[in-house]
Design a binder for this molecule. Structure first.
Ligand code: ZN
Length: 293
């Protein structure tokens, strides 16, 4: 049964959802207006036109739908400005990435541990524990992503203590708050919200229609950047391949309410976009400051 993607009230038909959303928009309700602007149109639509648009927007099987929406939002006609900047990254951009991302990664493993707490499915517990190990703990032969990230920052000239003691920017804090709210929803929604974000560095995104890759892949072969930069980028590039897809297969297998999962995923995408902007903002701040140590 369809539900309002903003306030999650349930209705019998998409036309009823549309009438409700139009009436909320007429009252200038911020969250309904924002949802429509971000996802459907900046123009006002009649309830019957909106009903059709909403039904089309939410149709499709879960995993394919999530991948398509991710590509549209981050890699479509106008890719996200952070990915555009990563085609020719500066030292400040990579350091902006490091400083904001350490906060993201700490929150990442905390939210994954909430999935473990909430599920009784052993394959899910195992999947998330493996992810936590890769991201945060590491093994004898392969350091954790978190450690590789900090090494990237050091190789670009910033002391580890300074990286670790820099608080997140407002956009990062707000995005983390959204993911912590999401973590209280059904664990299938939390899984979808978190692991769909791993599509960002997936090698397959071009096959799904992305115009560009997460970063200019030539960086991996060039010696323009220190080895630690290439090590970090390569790790994500290789480790995340199929990783996001595996999680989305599990979500599709266990999700009881696919529409709620879709709504939650869109919230996560909005938070992610805001967070990626913070990496850019941090780079601008570092450029303005001039000295790095
Ligand atoms: Zn509503």
């Amino acid at each position: 049964m369809p539900l309002c993607p903003s306030c999650e009230t349930r209705f019998e038909t998409w036309d009823q959802v549309a009438s409700h959303m139009v009436s909320m928009a007429e009252k200038s309700n911020p969250s309904h207006v924002m949802w429509l602007n971000r996802n459907i149109s900046l123009q006002e639509l009649t309830p019957s036109e909106l009903g059709k648009r909403l039904e089309t927007f939410f149709s499709g099987s879960l995993k394919a739908w999530i991948i398509t929406k991710f590509i549209e939002k981050f890699y479509g006609e106008t890719p996200h400005p952070f990915m555009m900047a990563m085609q020719k990254p500066t030292k400040e951009l990579l350091l902006g990435y490091v400083i904001e991302h350490q906060h993201f990664l700490v929150n990442w493993v905390k939210v994954l541990s909430k999935i473990i707490y909430d599920t009784n499915e052993i394959e899910i517990i195992r999947y998330e524990l493996e992810n936590i190990t890769t991201e945060f703990v590491g093994t004898e032969s392969s350091p954790a992503h978190y450690e590789l990230l900090l090494r990237m920052g050091e190789s670009l000239g910033m002391r580890r203590e300074r990286i670790l003691s820099t608080p997140p920017l407002k956009g990062t804090t707000e995005a983390i708050k959204t993911w912590r709210e999401i973590s209280n929803r059904h664990w299938t929604e939390v899984m979808a919200a978190m692991h769909s974000l791993e599509l960002v560095a997936d090698k397959n995104i071009r096959r799904y229609g992305a115009k560009i890759h997460y970063f200019n892949e030539r960086i991996l072969e060039s010696d323009e950047f220190p080895t630690a930069v290439r090590d970090f980028l390569r790790e994500g590039y290789e480790a995340d391949q199929y990783h996001a897809e595996m999680a989305l297969d599990l979500v599709e297998k266990y999700a009881q309410d696919q529409e709620r999962v879709k709504i939650t995923v869109l919230r996560s995408f909005d938070a992610f976009s805001k967070y990626l902007h913070s990496r850019l903002e941090r780079a601008w701040l570092l450029e303005a400051q001039g000295v790095i140590a």
